[in-house]
Unconditional design. Sequence first.
Length: 125
Amino acid sequence: MEELIVKVDGKEYKVTVEETDHGTLKIHCGNDTYEVEAKPVARDVEVSHAESKGGDKIIKAPLPGTIVDVKIKKGQEVKAGDILIKLVAMKMENEIAAHKDGKIKDVIVKKNDTVNKGDALVEME
């Protein structure tokens, strides 16, 4: 079980989340329990200019989690929308996609790395 603080309509609640055997999540909040179906969502990636890298693009982690798959290698050509990295956060898989056509200049992370929001994942030319 994972314990979280969630904010709903400006009010914070302490909840616990557990995954069931049939693929749903049980959310426990106080004396109430909600069973919900959760689906992975493709997240928008944050892109910024790397000041020390001469303007090359850095793809950053949109949220904290664990890298479960690295789909690309240094020097590989990619198209906008190609999946580069799979990141798991709160038991949900998030696909990090290329924001533009280009070439992979550097792969900064590897499988099983833990990242924080904003950590650099991939550098593109």
